[in-house]
Design a protein around this ligand. Sequence first.
Ligand code: AHM
Ligand code: MG
Length: 314
Amino acid sequence: MLHSVTTFTDFILEDEEKYPQAKGNLPLLLLQLENAVKIIASHVRKAGLSDVLGQTGKVNAFSEEVQKLDEFSNSLLIKTLTSSGQVHTIVSEELSDAHVASPNGSYDIFFDPLDGSSNIDTNNPIGTIFSIYHHTDNLLKKGSEQIAAGYVMYGAGTVLVYSSGHGVNDFTFDPAVGSFLLSHINIKIPQEGNTYSINEAYFPKYSDPMKQFLSQWKEKPKASARYVGALIADIHRTLLKGGIFLYPTDSSHPEGKLRLTIEVNPIAFLVEQAGGETFATSSSPLDVTPQHIHERSPFIAGSPTNVKEYKKYV
Ligand code: AHM
Ligand code: MG
């Protein structure tokens, strides 16, 4: 019997046929991105054996300590994406300013090269998040204008979750083949779930409606909690199993912690493409016009019934 296997390369080449109006070569950009994340995955796998653990002694655009793997992943992504010739501007969590990669490029890309950096030294899941737009002179576009987004999770296995606005698909890296293979077609988030995911140590700092929402959740007969502390891991579980992820504002993070353009928008695009709902301050984050490239935002995402329930409290 002949088994059909779809690689990420097969998939994006077929997907491209849905965009006869495409201005640049998106598959070429994505293939270079795929090459970079394979190398990052390989470094993550042997992090304890090579000198890539720990901090560089520098701080990033957000005054946060830069880990060696953050710096490595950032430089590698910039190099490979630039060599594709397809990327006009790069916005990275590790760069204070936007960087022009190729003045003739057709796309702008926002990425967090290594999300969940605090998990690196303990071998917990970390990830790369990316968000792609057609290039225009205005970088401050609403997330609803994204043409593609995705994340890679370096966990027990390495998975790449991708959408170009036609549903969400999941590819698992097969080290024997050296490729990402389609493993979950057209992911649909469950309508409702029992698990909530939030840093509950901040409970005293949350608003009263948020405290009430969390307290009533515990009354559910099958209530459960999970929090990895790496956005991609908490979102990946929520996408597959349902429930709600919350990183709201609190008295120490009056604007929230997650970055609107780099983290929130790509994840919101994927969650909505999978049939889920998302919320920032008064709407979906995808409807918010960013004021600057490193803006922060509160972020709630998950199963439609659970997010609607949350909205009743706020
Ligand atoms: P980072 O980009 O510096 O790694 O921070 C983002 C991470 C997210 O992955 C995660 O959802 C959040 O920070 C966890 O924050 P906290 O430790 O406050 O719960
Ligand atoms: Mg991050």
